[in-house]
Design a protein around this ligand. Structure first.
Ligand SMILES: Nc1nc2c([nH]c(=O)n2[C@@H]2O[C@H](COP(=O)(O)OP(=O)(O)OP(=O)(O)O)[C@@H](O)[C@H]2O)c(=O)[nH]1
Length: 129
């Protein structure tokens, strides 16, 4: 099975986490942490900074790795590294996503997360303090 390596940013501010809704592709309309595929020659941190700049016009500082997810979708295997991140500059402009929300701890389950993300939510909960 095909395997893809993805990085995602967990941006927490003011006791809320930033979630985005996919605007295209097979998983259009599902919710995720913004990010994307690591390209050849990139470190995960470089890939994440690039993706967030491309998708949200925002510069981030990549902090600690909070979860490494391994998940089998029907037609590919996903290896996803989720990092906590902090905004350095920019205001999260949606260039590719169709929607975004800042979710409080008790609102995390109110959007339709991609299946691989469900196991990340428990960790995210512990980080929203
Ligand atoms: N960014 C992101 N992708 C996720 C998450 N959870 C998850 O299963 N994925 C999957 O990981 C893959 C990421 O691909 P992507 O389409 O965002 O990456 P990209 O921007 O580099 O892709 P593209 O340029 O090929 O469109 C998708 O298959 C997506 O369904 C998540 O929380 N964030």
């Amino acid at each position: 099975m095909k395997s893809i390596k993805v990085v995602a940013a967990v941006i927490i501010d003011n006791k809320k986490v930033f979630a985005t809704q996919r605007g295209y592709g097979e998983y259009k309309d599902w919710w995720e942490f913004p990010g994307g595929k690591i390209e050849a020659g990139e470190s995960p941190e470089e890939a994440l900074k690039r993706e967030i700049l491309e998708e949200l016009d925002t510069k981030i500082e990549v902090r600690s790795l909070i979860k490494a997810v391994e998940y089998d979708y029907p037609n590919f295997h996903l290896s996803m590294l989720c990092y906590q991140a902090r905004i350095i500059s920019g205001s999260l402009i949606l260039k590719e996503h169709e929607n975004a929300k800042w979710l409080k701890k008790d609102e995390l389950k109110t959007v339709n997360w991609l299946p691989a993300d469900l196991e990340v939510l428990e960790t995210v909960k512990t980080l929203i303090v």
